[in-house]
Design a binder for this molecule. Structure first.
Ligand SMILES: [Fe+2]
Length: 204
């Protein structure tokens, strides 16, 4: 029997110090949001360490192991979804041009960029808090917008995430008050800051 132990990888919070001076979304709002993101990274590492420790002790049948594994889905997706969100923003954003591969893909699916955008905005304005996500089905090339309430629940299996729009209230509570009527204004701000080149690269 091997003496080697299960050793999970450790995650580091990504550097988003360039995300200042966005259109609409204030620096203070981004700083608060990045602090929250860092918490997900820290808790993800802690949960991996704790569950690996229990696994190495042969305690995989313990309720503590099982409950920590349940929490891992929340923390890990909280970390990764925020990375999709922040990676997709830039202070140097421009219009989504018709010759951008993502623009071509959504135009083929929805008929126009505007129709895709209106569809995603509609998802993002749904009652409740969560994520409005644009997914690609790599099996047939379909692109569609998807609602995810809790970080860990409801993601389409094998779907490739192209764009993540955070509509938890913490994403706009600092600079858009009162809630929730200002959610619509935040969604407009979001679209003004998307890095369409990053989104296009996710198609590949
Ligand atoms: Fe968030």
């Amino acid at each position: 029997m091997s003496d080697s132990k299960y050793a999970p990888a450790e995650y580091k919070a990504k550097d988003y110090s360039h995300l200042r001076g966005l259109v609409g979304i204030t620096d203070e709002q981004i700083e608060v949001h990045l602090k929250l993101y860092g918490g997900y990274v820290n808790r993800t590492n802690a949960l991996f360490a704790k569950t690996a420790g229990l696994s190495n002790e042969g305690k995989t049948g313990d309720s503590s192991f099982q409950e920590l594994k349940r929490r891992l889905g929340w923390e890990w997706n909280g970390m990764r979804l925020h990375e999709y969100y922040f990676d997709g923003l830039t202070p140097k954003a421009g219009e989504l041009r018709a010759d951008n591969p993502f623009a071509k893909a959504v135009t083929a699916q929805f008929g126009s960029i505007e129709a895709w955008r209106a569809d995603l905005a509609g998802v993002a304005k749904m009652p409740g808090v969560g994520w409005a996500l644009t997914y690609l089905d790599p099996n047939n090339g379909q692109i569609w917008n998807h609602w995810v309430e809790d970080h860990q629940d409801g993601h389409p299996a094998s779907g490739r995430l192209l764009l993540a729009l955070d509509v938890w209230e913490h994403a706009f509570a600092v600079y858009r008050k009162p809630l929730p009527p200002e959610r619509a204004a935040y969604i407009e701000d979001f679209f003004a800051n998307v890095d369409w080149d990053v989104v296009a690269k996710r198609l590949a």
